[in-house]
Design a protein. Sequence first.
Length: 406
Amino acid sequence: MATSELPRPTVVAERGRPVRVLMLCYEYPPLGGGTAAACSSLLAELARTDKVEVDLVTSGTRPQVERAELAPHVRIHRLPIAKTDARFWRAREIAEWLWRALPYARALACRQRFDIGHCWAGWPSGVIGWRLRARMPYVVSLRGSDVPGYNERLRLLDPAFRPLVRRIWRDAAHISAVSADLRALAWQTEPGLAIDVIANGVDTRRFMPAGRAARHDIMFAGRLIRRKGVTHLLEAYAALGDLAGRPRLLIAGDGPERGALEALSRRLSIADSVTFLGHLERDRLARVYGEAGIFVLPSLADALPNVVPEAMASGQAIVTTATGARELLQGNGLVVPPGDSVALRDALRRYLPDPPLLLRHQHRSRQAALEMSWPGVAEWTLGVYRRVLAAASRSIGVAGLMVGCI
């Protein structure tokens, strides 16, 4: 059936009731990385309001479907996925989630009426939103690897995916990207498409600076994959040589590159000064953030990972490559080209001999983070729902539609 032949979706109708949202996200803690953390943070905020009712379809590790309530009006449906690594996704696993989530979401939509679908990532979640578009308008939140050209592991598949991606994007009622850089990359696939930019929020109550004033340790947090550029960070750190008072380098995270990175640290004769912390639970990670002084994001490509706002809230100066994270800098960090170990070394050398500069940037990071909040992101999201439903009501001509309920 052609798109023009599809029945028009229904939209919110009854006066005074909350908007019913079918949320789709293939990862959710403890599975996944940045998208999982962002989804859970937004959902926690939506659980505090009576303006929406949410059913999230995501992944689980048990052999059967798990259902839980984050709040009486926020339900989580975990589908059984045979994951090899809790934080690293393989194409087979994503395909398995899509295979399970599509009929499950369709069955949910048959049992109860949803007003809007919210798809975290154009692929795979956006496929479900698109397939259910006859029942509800859907919005798409672009996160990174779902945009062609972002993830080098997927580039061989990009030519096959682009036509599907274009269709999903064109039929969406609203699209947002987590950074302006990611939006620019999306425009290479679909030039001129209307895409809003909304950065991740941050929990400034969990992520806070330690009490002591002098904090010099260098830190990285994230998945240990090639795209994160940790090789260049190790090279830059080694090139500091015997710089007086050279701080420790803390690497939080795990992934397929960990063994190779540990071996590199030994070859560079810095193993005694580099600590690989592995994957850390959120509270332990927050303590490490709060005790470090310089956060380095050496990524070769990145949208806007959660680790940068978290490091800012923890009062760290930021050194980042010219990727999406640079959009957050407000006199609190330095930007270097991706893949340039020498430039990374020089940035660190600017901070280490200049404690006043380091302290100023640490203070500015915390102040900037205080203006970034998940409650703000939640309010923005509710505004998107409001605009989408208002537009749908005008196109359908439903009299008396109550969009003011959100």
